[in-house]
Design a protein around this ligand. Structure first.
Ligand code: HBZ
Length: 833
């Protein structure tokens, strides 16, 4: 309040108000101004990088003016806000998105051309913001886009990693990790050096009497690390609403380093403290669906959660409302269990600092939080050793024990004759060492728990969280099937398709209401439309073929069937099944006469994805794919009939080139393991069909697009347990076609027999946990069906159009409405007062 300008001077401010550029002339002026002032360059040394920087700064100015107005309006209205807590935001590039959402891409294109640049080259200069691993992080980014586009008052909170997910290089067929230092120039963030939070670690707890003689806990000692806010504006599509993503960066308290120590000659320890503090936000952990229990990871979690909650509570307190109104003003969504300490931290703030009673505080806490689960894989469920929590966060451990005590007391009352249930649901696992089960804490501390696709939400209710359904009843559990933003994944990635659709539907409204795509079904027999549809797919394949040539040196025929599997490399996602299938195809082709071969349909098998650096088996899978590629791609008998490509360093901006160029994409996880999947949605929305198992969102995609427009294969989730049991206790025979593939590998056809033996042993000798052999036959047969279907291009295009027309459900806008309605109880704000 003290910082605001007094009434009499406000006229002068209003007269001087800045306004954003609208025409290409104004845009050019802004670009030149930024080149000459912000970048201190001139027309004599303005390369594409500088032009990118200046263009971004011009758009940033645009966004931040909208951002200011949005924040003022949201503060003035003081309605309920959503806070999305996620350790990952996989944002990709910002410039193209900003241009499209603001609606000034054509203006910028003309302006840049006038100044001597091609807009695509300028867009291509940007380094991806890659603060995430895979689906979970990208989902957070799609949600931010939808929240802003739908005018919800919403903030994201995350960590400002200095290094995002590593850059992947393929050297001699092996993955090599290179650090992703992306911050040397990032025009999309605003450092807020005045917005800081002191975060405490370690120390001890003592009980002291307060004024009323009641004993209260005081957490003291230990060390302080400072969180500094960096704000990233999130523009909505076709709305002035611009929300905020606040990322925290860590720095040492007491300035850069301890001068006293420095002056007394203890240089090393003064710098060490600074470095220890900065380490917290230094690097993103590169594991997806695996938890390794590292102390630094827990530090990251608490650091981010404590800073975010302090900020949220500070904002709430400005409204001077009563504490019990907190859940009516604040909804906090936990993106997986990574931010679960927020539950404990809010309880701590309310009881230790604000002096509320436990019960009222706990009612506020559970009314505030919602928890989204993204996996049933046991190795991905977070657990922390009690000793580690005790050491790092002594007061939080006490509160966790109290939460658990009250929870178990109520369970005991409910099920007086069942001792086992207490052991099963306890937040503390009585193992050696004892562990804090974060998922249990998240369920107990939230009013809603959701899975991310129907099958997955059913599975969590019947398996890992079954007891909690008994305890709380089914209403605490719900489903919100994932979605993707059509702005980035159709309009931005596939501009020609978006324009074609807009020309037929009469406007771009479908980008705001994706269900309108259904009107395309009326056109499936329109010859001209089908022709254009097919031409666009072909042009996208030509673009990808060019990219493949540039990056791998391999020529691929854009008329071949493009078969794509891009996602993190993981045994449960079964890239090994795909590459075994490719080898089978290769052997089949080799066994043919040249005349027979001539009749075969050419195919390009395209792979991409990163393996977690410590995931040895995933790295072997990458190696095998590359090894197969170097044999097959150079086999003169085969020529164009089969090419095997591994695209290095798959990321968001590459996905934007790859998704529009697939004929078929692979979503082939062992049934019951992939919670949802979201790239399946991206491919279908771009007119590609999919081959998949009955897993995750594939099931709902099938329901929407119809069984004729998708290729399903493999065992069902309900049969997996029995099959695994049979592998271990019965006789386990390997599919004969797969056995031939193994023999070929073991002959050394693809080199490194030793390297690949573990992949084969996993299937043959170690119980084939992921059912590769069980599903192999059905997989191969289904690929034959794909080939047959593709031969009939007429029909294929009809399938492609029909599928796109029926994809409306998978917009992340629909997800956000479901969260807003069923979990957050928030409403959008009107765009203007
Ligand atoms: O979340 C993914 C699921 O595997 C996928 O099925 C789903 O569509 C998507 C969005 O709901 N999960 C992840 O991407 N998980 C992680 O990346 C991850 C990262 C760090 C962890 C654990 C998991 O510690």
């Amino acid at each position: 309040v003290e910082a605001s300008i007094p009434e009499p001077q406000r006229e002068a401010w209003k007269r001087s108000q800045t306004s954003a550029f609208k025409s290409s002339d104004e845009f050019e002026k802004e670009v030149v101004r930024h080149v000459e002032t912000s970048l201190a360059r001139s027309m004599f040394n303005c390369d594409e990088k500088a032009a990118y920087s200046a263009t971004s700064l011009a758009f940033r100015d645009h966004l931040i003016l909208d951002w200011n107005k949005t924040q003022q309006r949201q503060t003035y209205r003081d309605s309920k806000r959503v806070y999305y807590l996620s350790l990952e935001f996989l944002m990709g590039r910002a410039l193209d998105n900003a241009m499209l959402n603001v609606g000034l891409k054509d203006t910028a294109k003309a302006g840049l051309a006038d100044l001597g640049f091609r807009i695509e080259d300028i867009i291509g200069q940007e380094h991806d913001a890659a603060l995430g691993n895979g689906g979970l992080g990208r989902l957070a980014a799609c949600f931010l886009d939808s929240l802003a586009s739908l005018d919800f008052p919403a903030w994201g909170y995350g960590l400002r990693y200095r290094y995002g997910i590593f850059k992947q290089e393929i050297i001699d067929g092996y993955q090599v990790e290179v650090p992703d230092y992306w911050l040397d120039f990032n025009p999309w963030e605003f450092p807020r050096h005045d917005v800081t939070v002191d975060v405490q670690f370690f120390g001890s707890v003592k009980k002291v009497p307060n004024e009323q003689g009641k004993s209260v806990a005081v957490w003291e000692g230990g060390e302080i690390v400072v969180a500094v806010a960096y704000d990233v504006p999130i523009p909505g599509y076709d709305t002035p609403t611009t929300n905020n993503l606040r990322l925290w960066s860590s720095k040492a308290s007491g300035g850069e380093f301890d001068f006293q120590k420095f002056n007394s000659g203890d240089y090393e320890s003064s710098v060490a403290e600074q470095q220890r503090a900065e380490t917290i936000s230094n690097v993103l952990y590169p594991n997806d669906n695996l938890e390794r229990g590292k102390e630094l990871r827990l530090k990251q979690q608490y650091f981010w959660v404590a800073a975010s909650l302090y900020d949220i509570v500070r904002r709430f307190k400005k409204s001077k409302r009563a504490w019990r109104e907190f859940p009516e003003q604040v909804a906090i969504q936990l993106n997986d269990t990574h931010p679960t300490l927020a539950i404990v931290e809010l309880q701590r703030i309310l009881i230790d600092i604000e002096g509320l009673d436990w019960d009222l505080a706990w009612e506020i806490v559970t009314g505030t939080f919602g928890y989204t689960n993204h996996t049933v894989l046991p190795e991905a469920l977070e657990k922390w050793p009690v000793g580690l929590v005790q050491h790092l966060l002594p007061r939080h451990l006490q509160i966790i024990y109290d939460i658990n005590l009250f929870f178990l007391q109520s369970v005991e009352k409910q099920f007086p004759d069942d001792r086992d249930i207490l052991t099963r649901v306890s937040i503390i696992e009585e193992s050696q060492p004892k562990m804090v089960r974060m998922a249990h804490l998240a369920i107990v501390g939230s009013h809603k728990v959701n899975g991310v696709a129907e099958l997955h939400s059913d599975l969590i209710k019947t398996t890992i969280f079954k007891d909690f359904v008994e305890i709380y009843g089914p209403d605490r559990f719900t489903n919100v099937t994932n979605g993707i933003t059509p702005r980035r994944w159709l309009h931005q990635a596939n501009p020609r398709l978006s324009e074609l659709i807009a020309s037929k539907l009469g406007s771009h409204e479908f980008l705001k209401d994706l269900s309108q795509l259904n009107k395309l079904e009326l056109l499936v027999q329109d010859k001209e439309f089908k022709k254009e549809w097919a031409e666009i797919k072909f042009a996208n394949k030509v673009r990808l073929a060019k990219y493949i040539k540039e990056t791998t040196g391999v020529n691929v025929n854009p008329s071949a069937l493009f078969d794509v599997q891009v996602k993190r490399i993981h045994e449960y996602k079964r890239q090994q099944l795909n590459i075994f299938g490719v080898i089978h195809r290769y052997l089949t082709l080799k066994a043919m006469t040249p005349a027979e071969r001539k009749k075969q349909l050419p195919r390009v098998s395209i792979f991409g994805g990163k393996a977690a650096p410590g995931y040895w088996m995933a790295k072997q899978i990458i190696h095998l794919i590359n090894a197969v590629g170097s044999v097959v791609n150079n086999d003169e008998d085969i020529g164009d009939l089969l090419k095997v490509i591994f695209l290095e360093d798959y990321n968001v901006s590459k996905a934007e080139i790859i998704c529009p160029a697939s004929d078929i994409s692979e979503h082939i996880s062992t049934a019951g393991t992939e919670a949802s999947g979201t790239s399946n949605m991206k491919f279908v929305l771009n007119g590609g069909l999919i081959i998949g198992t009955c897993d995750g969102a594939n099931i709902e995609i099938t329901r929407e697009v119809g069984e004729n427009n998708i290729f399903l294969f493999g065992n069902l989730a309900e049969d997996v347990e029995d099959l695994r049991h049979a592998h271990t206790y019965g006789s386990h025979t390997i599919d004969p076609d797969l056995a031939k593939v193994f023999e070929e590998i073991q002959k050394g056809t693809f080199g490194s027999v030793h390297d690949f033996s573990a992949m084969i042993a996993a299937v043959k000798d170690h119980g084939d946990y992921y059912l590769v052999s069980d599903d192999f036959h059905s997989y191969i047969e289904t690929h034959t069906l794909v080939d047959e279907a593709y031969r009939n291009q007429e029909e294929w295009v009809v399938k492609s159009i029909t599928a796109v027309a029926r994809m409306g459900f998978f917009s992340s806008d629909r997800c956000i409405y479901e969260y807003a309605d069923g979990i957050w109880n928030v409403e959008p704000l009107p765009r203007r007062d």
